[in-house]
Write a protein that binds this ligand. Structure first.
Ligand SMILES: Nc1nc2c(ncn2[C@@H]2O[C@H](COP(=O)(O)OP(=O)(O)OP(=O)(O)O)[C@@H](O)[C@H]2O)c(=O)[nH]1
Ligand SMILES: [Mg+2]
Length: 217
């Protein structure tokens, strides 16, 4: 699984003083830093300066875990030891700077959507349950965690100029200090502006219903 990756600095994938201050206080002998980039059944993919590895948590961590929040989540900075060129062991999760959570389907446990996010792109499209209250719920979720919300109205090719103007007016009017991008992957509208807004070293996520264009963008 050791995917060939370019050597990078940890800052490039979001490492900052916040994590460094915690890292300094761990007694991490022989353990190195990595970031969780995806989660599979009891297995994680972690990334550091030089590689991507599959990783599992230690038995100790598993037995000590009281809830979902004690397990690694996508976005976490963790301390690992490397077993071989493909595998690593996760020993510890550094404190999370921000956490996006939701109640799981059966309402009994908290699910972590992602951690250590700086900016949330909150995306809707006119053909998929477009609704200002939905923007509001996601904005509240982000802001409650000190994550900066940014609105994307995608698939602008599906509506007329005047309908678009009206929607942008009502979004602007309701969410006064929030940046808004009107995009279309068909015409390319707004995509360059969106890309230009993205800053190296910050972590972004997309929040929105199925089919609004998160993967496409
Ligand atoms: N007309 C139009 N279609 C779009 C646009 N962006 C995405 N689509 C289409 O909308 C459909 C859904 O897009 P996805 O990117 O898969 O949506 P998603 O938000 O990732 O959906 P989930 O992964 O199910 O959450 C696809 O068929 C895309 O081609 C757009 O700007 N205009
Ligand atoms: Mg998708």
């Amino acid at each position: 699984m050791n995917k060939k990756v370019n050597k990078i600095d940890l800052e490039y994938i979001g490492y900052s003083d916040f994590f460094e201050n915690h890292y300094k206080n761990t007694n991490a002998k022989n353990q190195i830093l990595a970031r969780i980039i995806s989660e599979h059944k009891e297995m994680y993919i972690v990334r550091n300066e030089i590689s991507e590895l599959s990783a599992r948590i230690t038995g100790k961590m598993m037995f000590a875990a009281l809830s979902r929040e004690d397990y690694p989540a996508v976005g976490d900075w963790v301390l690992i030891t490397v077993l071989d060129e493909n595998q690593a062991i996760i020993h510890e999760i550094l404190p999370r700077r921000t956490v996006l959570k939701r109640k799981s389907a059966n309402n009994s446990d908290i699910q972590i959507i992602a951690s250590n996010i700086d900016i949330a792109f909150i995306i809707q499209s006119p053909d998929r349950d477009y609704n200002l209250n939905r923007f509001e719920r996601y904005i509240t979720l982000a802001e409650s965690e000190n994550i900066k919300p940014v609105i994307i109205l995608n698939k602008t090719d599906l509506i007329s100029e005047s309908d678009l103007d009206m929607k942008l007016f009502e979004i602007n009017n309701r969410f006064k200090n929030i940046d808004i991008y009107a995009t279309s992957i068909i015409t390319g509208k707004g995509i360059n502006d969106l890309i230009k807004s993205i800053k190296r070293g910050l972590t972004y996520c997309f929040l929105g219903s199925s089919g609004v264009g998160k993967s496409s963008i």
